[in-house]
Design a protein around this ligand. Sequence first.
Ligand SMILES: [Fe+2]
Ligand SMILES: [Fe+2]
Length: 287
Amino acid sequence: MEAHPAIRRPDGVKVTFRRMKFDFEDQGFERYWMDGSAFKSLFWTQLSAAFAPGEKFFMDSARALKDQIRDPQLAEEIVEFCRQEGHHTAQHLKFDRMNAEKGIDVEGCRRRFTVLLDRARGNLDPMEMLAATCALEHFTACFADQYLTQPELSAGADPKVRALWAWHAAEEAEHRATCYDLYEQLEGRYGQRVTTAIGAWAGILAASLYNTVVLLRQDNKLMTRDTLAGLWYLAGPRGLITRFLPPFARYFSPRFHPWRGADPAMIARWQAENRKYIQNAPESKVA
Ligand SMILES: [Fe+2]
Ligand SMILES: [Fe+2]
């Protein structure tokens, strides 16, 4: 059992399914849709291919154990969590298909993520699978926090594609604690949570970097100044992955909770600016 008192999500935050329709689907986008950069575009493009197998892993982890809790509010939240993740996958598959039509080997990227996750499924029991999901949900929440608060990370992105990622980021921020609260209610062990996280984060980062290299090589864009700039974008002093280090370190605290120190206002801000993409008018359910 974790050592800190239970922290519930902040007032005004409710995990809520939103049905989305984005302009990229009808209007298309360039192969190098982010800042004209092959590296940045293909890094995010390959990451999109992780969601179909990854979000299935998350949903399966939560569904396998949700009947063991007696908290009706959390049980209801897990249903909404699964609806959100299912819709993320559906929207990213549209994006993936359009990238595949441009000749980008999205299938190969997805296959590598799937092999990794299937291997994890084969080796982990249900609580370990949930621990891995908690770690990867923290990973996506870190992405979300960066994406929504640091505009320079998506500077130059096609706004049609940026809208897809901003929505995904907002909902990852919103459901950041769902699987963690399930893990806590099932009295998941601290040691298992943190040791599983190291493998989960290393695996997903290694697969992402490998996929990016493969896609760049296929486009004959690997040995370029753009790649050097891209590595700086990821791992420079203010890089995307560099910025993960403090929140990753916080995960090792026995007092960690996904909402501790997180800013819920970014979700409301995103929603206020992106209502035109939301098809099922969820405003009435969200403060
Ligand atoms: Fe997601
Ligand atoms: Fe998620």
